[in-house]
Ligand binder design. Sequence first.
Ligand SMILES: [Zn+2]
Ligand SMILES: [Zn+2]
Length: 165
Amino acid sequence: MTDRFDYDDIRGSVEKHLAKDNVGWIRIVTECLEDIKEHCDGEEKTYPSVSQIKQKFGALRIYLGGVTDDPFIQSSLEDAVQKAGRSCERCGNVSRIQCIGAWYANLCCWHAHEAAVERSEKFPKIGLNLRSKSATLQCRSCGYLGQIAWGVSGHRCPACVSKGW
Ligand SMILES: [Zn+2]
Ligand SMILES: [Zn+2]
């Protein structure tokens, strides 16, 4: 990523790093950097340079161009990372890290299904969280980890229940 991060177009810059359809995370990171901008304006400090924003193993990573010792900036970035850890990259719904084949993503059950279907067109044996051992939180139909529609579902995720998978 060679584009310089543009504090006059925070959302546009975040979109370039995270790809446009990851609206859930784009919102979190944009809010975080808007707060940081406001804070720096108030203290007449220069904005921290952002070199990279990406998802790695299902977690949000925000890399700065240099070290910052500003506690406000540090805690704002930490908060954004923690919030993203519980939020679907695509829509911001509650989520957990999912393993789709050999690929990790933080997705709600709806978007995990979409991603798994997309992937399975190229790799037919792909499934969700095939190696997971966390049975309590796992959908018995598709393997999704996280939101189980308790009660009527036969221990399945809301996407499997509503689409009859
Ligand atoms: Zn989602
Ligand atoms: Zn399911």
